[in-house]
Structure formats: C-alpha cells, structure tokens
Design a binder for this molecule. Structure first.
Ligand code: AHR
Length: 349
C-alpha cells in the first residue's frame, strides 16, 4: 500500500547552507505517515462535536498520522462518497461512524477489495458479512436505554407514584444504532410497565431545533396529559426544554402536579448543568471520547495484531435524586452517580 511520505525540512535549509553535500548530511530521514480517512456523521449535537475533537486531536500527531477528515452532514450518501474518495486516495485505514446501520455492504466491499481495513466507531453497521469491517468500538445503546427505564421504574416506586405515566418520545435519527437501541429499551419497558403509556414517537434528528419543533407539536396535541419526555440525546432535550417553557409548563419530577419530567442521554456539560438544577431528571452517559482508542487500534493493526471484533466503552449515569443509587440489569449492578458541580467541572466535554 502506498504511504504518504513527508520530508522533514532540515535546519540546514533554514540556515541557507549552500553546500549540497553538507545539506545532505544533515537531512533528517524520510518518515512514513499512516494515512487515515475518517468519515464523521456530521455536527448535529454537542456530543458529535466532542467526538470530532476527540478523534482529530488523537490523530493530530503530524509525525505519525495523516488524518483526512470528512463531515457527511448527516447524509449517508456523503459517507459512501467519502469512503470511495478514501479508496481513491489509497489511505491505509478508514474510520467510519455510520449514520444509519443499513446500506453499507457495497461501499465496505469496495474497501475490502482495495485491501483497506475499516474500523467502525460509535454506531454500528448491519452487513451480511461481518468480515467487511475489521473492528467496532462504541456504546451499548440498548443498555443505556434499559438503565434509563429501570431508573424511572425504581424512581416511581420510591415515590409511591402509581398513576398512569403518559410518555412522549423524541427519537434520534431513525435507523441510527443510538436510536434503535434506546428506542427498543423504552418500547420494551412500556410493554412491561402497565401504567406507562407511550402517547407519541417522533424523530428529533438528534438536534436542538428539531427537538423543539417536535416538542411543540406534542404539547399542542397532548397538553396537560403529558407527563414525561424521553429524549434520545441532550440537544433534543435542550429543544424540548425551550418548548416546554414557552408553553408555560414546568419541568421537574412532580408529574402528579403538572410538571414534565425529562430524561436524556449523552451527559454533555450543558446536559449535566440541566441535570444539576433538576430540569433533566436523569442523564445517561454516552461517551464520545474514543479518539485515543482508535489510535490504539490503528497502531495494533500496524504491529500486525488481530483486534477484538467488538469493544464496548464504559458509561455512567447521573441524577441529583437520591432515591435510586443503582440499577440492576441482566444480572449486573450499575451505579447511578449523584451529580455535583465538581463532577461537571471535571467533565471533558
Ligand atoms: O451516536 C451517538 C449519538 O449521536 C449521540 O447520542 C448523539 O448526541 C449523537 O448525535
């Protein structure tokens, strides 16, 4: 495979040495850079910006890597074009954060035919042949959703709240792993909890603007009946909060007295600030900080090592309410962290 070559310009050139023999003697050796093409989803959320920063800064070592970054602006066709461009550029590796799970077979087959390993990160691809990609690293989105729903169930039990809970659901980009997993968990919890009623589901595209629009629409339709908004990311929650306030409604956990309870995902700094003041009742973390892990995977492939097919990142959960300090899911205990300003101050994103 072709490698991107850089010539380290020597001090000899800078000092204007005219003797070519001398200049040759002082010249640093040529270095081979590892060229990596990264196809990113877009810039739809605070989480996404943090993920871009994490990957770019991890690969910013200009003596080792040459990162070619492509922003797909939330369009799968742009990601497919980017993969084809990376193949034409004969990159050494492709990093792909896929917008949706389906529709990757042909593009990934082309990468494989060109001998370029593809590392998938964050969201997943659903392909007929899993050998079309080398490894995946990201979140267990369904587990995130299950943790949120289990917390809600335990919270209502602790409060002795037995009335109906009318839920509206602002989904992420339809077909994205983060949407599929979190939605599946909520839908299962609604089936299992007889007092939970799912009034409506609409996509907020993981953006604040769309989250607000969808929430406005839901408030118009369901008015005072609405008790809980399940937002699939923090930006949708910011939009929902704006709409709830503009409609003169209050956010909070006192749903028996008309407050609207909000749960969210990501745990960005701003999302946690809303969680600290009680606007968001529960925030389940989704970590965007996998840039350094991606360099480790590339380095391991450079050494000829075989990678694990799947790597799940560890994630937390935050609330100010002491009623539920842990949840128990599929035989495992998960801590719910009591949120403080210090936690937010230490936050990397
Ligand atoms: O795939 C991760 C999700 O995508 C995050 O929850 C969301 O904020 C982002 O846009």
């Amino acid at each position: 495979m072709k490698r991107f070559l850089i010539l380290v310009v020597t001090a000899v050139l800078l000092c204007g040495c005219s003797d070519s023999k001398e200049a040759g003697k002082d010249k640093a050796p040529e270095k081979e850079l590892i060229t990596v093409g990264f196809s990113q989803v877009g810039s739809e959320s605070d989480w996404r910006m943090a993920s871009t920063t994490s990957v770019r800064s991890a690969f910013e070592d200009g003596d080792k890597y040459n990162l070619i970054y492509d922003d797909a602006q939330q369009k799968q066709e742009n990601q497919i074009k980017a993969i084809r461009k990376f193949i034409d550029q004969d990159v050494d590796y492709i990093l792909l954060d896929p917008i949706t799970e389906s529709g990757w077979d042909s593009a990934l087959q082309e990468a494989r035919d060109s001998g370029i390993p593809v590392i998938v990160c964050d969201r997943r691809v659903a392909v007929a042949d899993n050998d079309l990609y080398t490894a995946w690293i990201g979140s267990d989105f369904e587990l995130e959703g299950k943790r949120a729903c289990e917390w809600l169930k335990r919270f209502f039990e602790a409060q002795g709240y037995t009335e109906a809970v009318n839920i509206v659901h602002i989904q992420g980009t339809l077909g994205a792993s983060a949407q599929i997993g979190r939605s599946a968990a909520l839908e299962a919890a609604v089936r299992e909890n007889p007092t939970w009623r799912l009034l409506d589901q609409q996509t907020g595209e993981f953006t604040q603007a769309r989250g607000r629009e969808v929430m406005e629409d839901m408030l118009k339709h369901f008015g005072d009946r609405l008790n809980l908004v399940f937002c699939e990311n923090d930006n949708e929650a910011y939009g929902a909060i704006e709409a709830i306030r503009a409609a003169g409604r209050k956010t909070g956990t006192d749903i028996g007295n008309g407050e609207i309870m909000i749960v969210s995902f990501d745990s960005t700094r701003k999302g946690l600030e809303y969680t600290l003041d009680g606007t968001i009742a529960l925030n389940t973390e989704c970590s965007p900080l996998y840039g350094p892990r991606l360099t480790e995977l590339v380095d391991a492939l450079e050494r000829g090592e075989k990678l694990s097919k799947e790597t799940f990142v560890e994630e937390g959960q935050f609330s100010i309410y002491p009623e539920v300090s842990s949840t128990f899911i599929d035989g495992k205990n998960y801590e719910v962290m009591h949120l403080t300003q210090e936690v937010i101050d230490e936050r990397a994103y």
